[in-house]
Design a protein around this ligand. Structure first.
Ligand code: G3P
Ligand code: MG
Length: 245
């Protein structure tokens, strides 16, 4: 297993989700203001196939829209307010496209982990279109983004389109067949949940030659423990709480 492109010890989760609305340009800028050099964000396709930054399949929790994100076209998604739900100071903050996010990342010099978040039935298409968009427009000044997903289908599709981008397998409850799944997508890292990962599992990941990154760690003491376990990076909503190692 070749060594992964390393990522920094602290990765802003959905931008800096504790401080600014998740998956917005304001969130990317806030992460940078907090001294973060790498952010994670979620990536989903609009009805007309535009990759945008969004977490849920439905719009209600983090915008003033209704229904499924994947059933709305980009020209309509752009009109939504994805900031007011978080706080009045963010009123009018839009859902950004991946293109808009890349422009901000390039300007700020921030690395990224792009998490493919396919809507139901769109696993392969999300992988292909996102990988193609990254190939065409990823800022040349930045190291290649790491592409991750819970969806093996999305990762395989992204790998077929753009094998040059490093990939990471995301897991929630730690699966017995994690290694077969990681190998099937050519992953060089495993992104594991703080809620389910055990020390033995962390050791197995490292012994097999994969990088280990853990989400979402918002407590400094817990973060220190995971660094002790060998985690390369921690995803956090509150970067100021984590002392990097
Ligand atoms: O990529 C790490 C983490 O973001 C995965 O879970 O649900 O926050 O996207 P979620
Ligand atoms: Mg995510």
């Amino acid at each position: 297993m070749a060594a992964d492109n390393r990522l920094p010890a602290v990765i802003g989760h959905r931008g800096a989700a504790g401080h600014a609305p998740e998956n917005t340009l304001a969130g990317l800028r806030k992460a940078h203001d907090l001294g973060v050099t790498c952010v994670e964000f979620d990536d989903m396709l609009s009805a007309d196939g535009v990759p945008v930054l969004f977490h849920d399949e439905t719009l209600e929790r983090t915008s003033d829209g209704t229904g499924r994100l994947s059933s709305q076209r980009w020209e309509d998604l752009q009109k939504l307010d994805a900031g007011s739900w978080f706080g009045p100071v963010f009123a009018g903050e839009p859902i950004p496209s991946l293109h808009q996010a890349m422009a901000v990342l390039g300007a700020l010099g921030m690395k990224a982990n792009v998490e493919l978040k396919p809507s139901r039935g769109q696993d392969a298409m999300t992988g292909v279109i996102t990988a193609k968009t990254l190939q065409e427009s990823w800022p040349a000044v930045l190291p290649a983004p790491v592409i991750s997903s819970f969806s093996g289908k999305s990762l395989v599709a992204a790998a077929d389109q753009a094998p040059e981008f490093p990939r990471a397998l995301l897991v929630w409850e730690f699966p017995d067949d994690w290694r077969a799944r990681a190998d099937a997508v050519g992953a060089t890292a495993v992104h594991a949940s703080r809620k389910h990962l055990t020390r033995d599992q962390a050791r197995a990941i490292l012994d097999a030659g994969y990088a280990l990154r853990i989400y979402t760690v918002n407590d400094g003491t817990e973060g220190a423990r995971f660094y002790d376990w060998g985690a390369e990076s921690l995803f956090t909503d509150y970067p100021e709480r984590i002392v990097p190692r």
